[in-house]
Design a protein around this ligand. Structure first.
Ligand code: ACO
Length: 330
């Protein structure tokens, strides 16, 4: 068995910044409401047309450079996204073409906010068994084009943003290591945060009626999401600690999926962690779903909150419901 590690990380967000004040001009909302309920001040939206693979490419190039490998060394491409370009094939196929890596296997993961850690777990297994040496793992979202930016969609529209983060997972030859990953799901709550249409079991899959009824937009039972998030996040962090014989005091940084600042604050409180030990950048990007963990890791490194040798716990909760954690020596 080999050991695995995150060898390089990269991020990319669209240049176009959309503030809460910009949203006030599109729908009946206010900067105060959004900041108080979510902690979000601004997010980035793509200038159309820009698909997930195109948005991810610069993040991949940075991660490859920082990992000290060359593009041709990549053995496998894994992409986690909720917002692929097309129903099929997956974003990873389009990204492989942009990277000019024909023949390299590609895999899309569809577990929404938990996608990056699910992908990390898959990459970890392939590295540990020795099948692959360098895996490109991407979390990317182009949420903006799928939001209802009118007042009817305001509960969801103010939350989400676009962005991409990429990581190179390699064999470890130093103290850095992915120690454990834990993955969970409960499909009984699938419709508490979902997009109904296009509908895969109906012909046609999309119709004017579906569009008129707003079934193409994400819908969320906010209270149900909040209730489950604030219990599942701490539980899955504790699972990671227990698996590695760590106490919460041993941990240098917890990097949660950036769902909502209120959720993050509640999780920190339940874990007995000071907020300085729980990384947050939601104020800048909003909720970027599968991209939020790699965006946070990149920012945490840039802000020197994450240093080589640090003990880190990553944690997610999101649509599905799915939730997960990873314990890492950075
Ligand atoms: N601007 C202004 N008003 C709004 C907006 C908005 N953007 N969105 C909703 N409202 C209104 C509603 O219409 C409602 O008005 P009404 O009372 O006249 O009917 C009112 O605000 C509801 O506000 P609250 O009383 O705060 O509602 P609640 O306590 O249910 O909280 C909230 C709503 C903030 C969504 C809460 O349920 C929550 O934080 N849930 C978590 C959801 C979340 O963060 N998901 C992240 C994505 S999922 C993930 O990544 C895990």
């Amino acid at each position: 068995m080999f050991r695995s590690k995150i060898a390089g990380i990269g991020k990319h967000v669209p240049e176009n910044v959309v503030t809460n004040y910009d949203l006030e001009k599109m729908m009946d909302t206010s900067n105060e409401w959004i900041v108080e309920r979510t902690g979000i001040h601004e997010r980035h939206f793509v200038t159309q047309p820009c698909g997930a693979a195109e948005l991810a490419l610069p993040a991949c190039e940075k991660a490859i450079l920082r990992a000290g490998i060359e593009k041709k060394d990549i053995d496998f491409i894994i992409v986690a996204t909720t917002t692929p370009e097309h129903l099929f094939p997956g974003t990873s196929s389009f990204l492989q073409t942009l990277l000019d890596l024909p023949g390299v296997p590609t895999l899309d993961i569809r577990v929404q906010c938990s996608g990056f850690i699910y992908g990390l777990s898959i990459a970890d297994q392939f590295i540990k068994t020795g099948q692959y040496q360098n895996i490109l793992l991407v979390g990317v979202e182009v949420q903006s084009v799928g939001l209802n930016l009118n007042t009817e969609g305001r509960d969801i529209a103010v939350l989400f943003g676009d962005g991409a983060g990429a990581a190179i997972i390699t064999r470890s030859d130093d103290k850095s290591e992915i120690l454990s990953t834990h993955l969970y799901g409960d499909g009984r709550y699938a419709k508490d945060l979902w997009v109904d249409a296009p509908v895969g079991y109906q012909s046609p899959r999309i119709s004017k009626e579906m569009i008129d009824e707003g079934r193409i937009y994400p819908k969320m039972n906010g209270r149900q999401v909040f209730k489950h998030a604030i219990t599942k996040f701490p539980k899955v962090v504790m699972t990671a600690l227990k698996a590695n014989n760590w106490t919460i005091e041993d941990v240098d940084l917890v990097v949660p999926h950036q769902a909502n600042m209120r959720i993050t604050e509640s999780v920190a409180k339940r874990l007995g962690l000071p907020l300085e030990k729980v990384f947050s950048n939601i104020h800048k990007y909003g909720n970027t779903t599968a991209a939020s963990i790699p965006l946070a890791l990149d920012d945490a490194c840039a802000e020197q909150k994450l240093k080589k040798g640090d003990k880190v716990v990553l944690a997610t909760f999101g649509s599905g419901f799915t939730w997960s954690s990873a314990a890492i020596i950075w």
